[in-house]
Design a protein around this ligand. Structure first.
Ligand SMILES: Nc1ncnc2c1ncn2[C@@H]1O[C@H](COP(=O)(O)OP(=O)(O)OP(=O)(O)O)[C@@H](O)[C@H]1O
Length: 609
């Protein structure tokens, strides 16, 4: 027998519901997630009781049904789980749920007023989130225990509740929400189905909306990897991201100690732009969708991956800064990072060719990981590849061997040359390869950071962009080439060139280079270029960025054209030849434009005549 009772919910705050409603949830949708999760829990509990022999009755098919009535303005969530007795309602709903709610408010009341950003916003206030959308909530429930009396509880959002006897034959619970005027938008099938598909798609007990199945109760990550084939992983990926290309490979996570973590992470096929691929990991807690903004839960570089992480050990009712410091979150981060590195190492060791084929898709990810996480760098060292302008791939050690003999300078430093634009710098690349130097290709925005990182971490190794200096000087070996011109002649060359092309920002020199090199070469020293790039991306100051372009112009004393210019007696022809040689240097750098280009063409025609 349920004794009729009226009572006051013991809570410090006079009326907590307006506060819950107004301040704490930016996302009212989650009431449904909370109530359906409770219904699923009640069903799971019954299964567990049956497993240990405490429930011996007929279990039937466990099912959570969501329905709505537009006329009556109600939404009902029904289950055939364990149900509650009147005493249990008092204990679990009046006391526990309320104390949970009041504790929660106590913790966040200051923060609620200065904005919701501080609170992660994905936690559950459980049962009481029903009051975000309902003016009155009714529970009609009957416990699984033999001979239980059904009970009905109602509460209108004040601190007053009422418990009475109810008519209900079957075990289980109906939660009936009498929808508030400002929440009538939820009395809509599409709205409800949208919310259920988002949050309940993978719940472990069958959920139906108006008779239609919502969920896959056994999502892939809950199964054992030994039962799964590649097709299964790919099919699940397609279920998560219907429009994405097939993933490259994946990692099945499965930990139960010292924290609980399951999931599958996929390496997507990426193009060069990694920004668009963020926010693709979905976070679940016991198969309930929580969020796809995993910024504080997963290391930044891992956000380039796709897939699902399921862990009940990630605290979700805490502020963001607390979350980052949480020891479970840290352990989870470290674990995922290790697993990702192990997987990459495994592919590299077992299938180098396959790994190389994937390198274009994974290199940004690996570089990003290396830069941002020292532990990942240690693990990735053996498989972090370098690609040269001929598309050959080397590990760091292999590349060291490859370049040691020819690219060590007089101070025993290894100089690694690179191009960030093989098209634009092709004449420089050619000049370097003519001297049997190897040139790496680093053409992604992350590469300048990656280069700086490698320089700091690799011993006696420096990087130089291939156009940073004359080919012969890129690697300073202290060998000089004999000069065709005398010192006085060189001085004269310098003078006449300065007269014609000298000016602000031009540092002119005359050097004895190979006669095969261009008569005039323009270079931007590595240091200057890096400073300019740094200041260009730094909002603080613009000292170097604002400086006029300064360039080193080198005249090749050993080139036959320079001898010809020196011997030329006609001043006009001499000027023409000097300008032309200089324009050719600009042209080889793709820098000859506009009026200068027009003049160059005109002059070329006249020189041909
Ligand atoms: N459909 C249901 N069937 C049986 N018991 C229920 C049901 N819904 C709620 N309860 C009981 O009420 C309690 C309080 O629910 P509430 O959702 O507030 O908190 P919780 O589920 O324990 O935790 P959480 O805050 O994670 O949701 C539950 O622990 C459960 O004992």
């Amino acid at each position: 027998m349920v004794a009729e009772e009226k009572g006051t919910i013991s809570i410090h705050t006079e009326n907590i519901f307006p506060i819950i409603k107004k301040f704490l949830y930016s996302d009212h949708d989650i009431f449904l997630r909370e109530l359906v999760s409770n219904a699923v829990d009640a069903s799971q509990k019954l299964k567990r009781l049956a497993a240990i022999g405490e429930f011996t009755g007929e279990m039937g098919e466990l099912l959570v049904k969501v329905s709505f009535d537009k006329e009556q303005k109600t939404i009902t969530i029904s289950d055939n789980g364990i149900g509650m007795t009147a005493d249990e309602i008092k204990k679990y709903i009046n006391q526990i749920a309320f104390s949970g709610a009041s504790e929660f408010l106590e913790k966040y009341k200051d923060k609620a007023s200065d904005g919701q950003q501080q609170i992660i916003g994905h936690f559950g206030l459980g049962f009481y989130s029903a009051f975000m959308v309902a003016s009155t909530v009714e529970i009609i429930t009957k416990s699984y225990r033999e001979g239980s009396q059904a009970a009905r509880w109602t509460c209108d959002g004040s601190t007053q509740y009422e418990i009475t006897e109810a008519e209900r034959q079957e075990r289980g619970t109906d939660i009936i929400l009498h929808i508030a005027e400002d929440s009538e938008e939820f009395l809509d099938k599409w709205r409800l189905s949208g919310i259920l598909t988002k949050y309940c798609k993978f719940l472990p007990v069958q959920v139906e909306l108006e008779g239609e199945k919502i969920n896959n109760t056994q999502p892939l990550w809950t199964k054992s990897p030994s039962e799964l084939k590649d097709e299964d992983y790919i099919a699940f990926y397609k279920e998560l991201y219907p429009t994405a290309a097939d993933p490259l490979f994946w990692i099945h996570l499965n930990v139960d100690y010292p924290f609980n973590l399951t999931g599958v992470l996929y390496f997507p096929k990426v193009d060069n732009n990694f920004e668009v691929n963020r926010d693709k990991i979905q976070l679940y807690s016991r198969q309930v969708f929580i969020t796809d903004e995993v910024k504080d839960v997963v290391p930044e570089f891992l956000m380039l991956l796709h897939g699902v992480i399921d862990s009940p050990d990630i605290p979700l009712n805490v502020s963001r800064s607390f979350l980052q410091a949480d020891s479970n979150v840290k352990k989870i981060n470290a674990h995922i990072t290790k697993k990702v590195a192990d997987k990459l190492a495994e592919i590299f060791n077992n299938d180098r060719k396959g790994f190389e084929e994937k390198w274009d898709s994974i290199n940004v990810f690996v570089k990003y990981g290396i830069i941002s996480d020292d532990k990942f760098f240690e693990r990735a060292k053996p498989f972090a590849l370098l690609k040269n302008t001929e598309s050959k791939l080397f590990t760091l050690d292999e590349y060291k061997e490859h370049t040691k003999a020819n690219q060590t300078d007089k101070t025993e430093q290894l100089v690694w040359l690179y191009s960030n634009d093989a098209q634009k710098q092709s004449s420089y690349i050619q000049a370097a390869t003519k001297r049997s130097f190897d040139v790496l290709l680093f053409d992604h925005i992350i590469d300048s950071h990656y280069i700086a990182f490698l320089e700091r971490h690799l011993e006696k190794t420096a990087f130089k962009r291939v156009d940073a200096d004359l080919a012969d000087k890129l690697i300073d070996k202290d060998v000089s080439i004999a000069s065709v011109l005398s010192d006085t002649e060189k001085e004269t060359v310098k003078e006449i060139f300065n007269k014609n092309i000298g000016g602000e920002g031009v540092a002119l020199s005359v050097e004895s280079l190979s006669p095969d090199d261009l008569p005039v070469t323009i270079t931007l020293p590595e240091f200057m270029r890096r400073m300019k790039e740094m200041y260009a991306t730094n909002s603080m100051g613009n000292m170097f960025g604002a400086m006029p372009d300064s360039k080193n112009v080198t005249v090749n004393a050993n080139h036959p054209l320079i001898g010809k210019i020196l011997a030329e007696s006609n001043e006009a022809t001499k000027t023409k030849l000097i300008r032309h040689a200089y324009d050719l240097a600009l042209l080889s750098q793709n820098e000859l434009k506009g009026q200068a280009l027009a003049e160059f063409i005109e002059r070329s025609v006249s020189l041909l005549n």
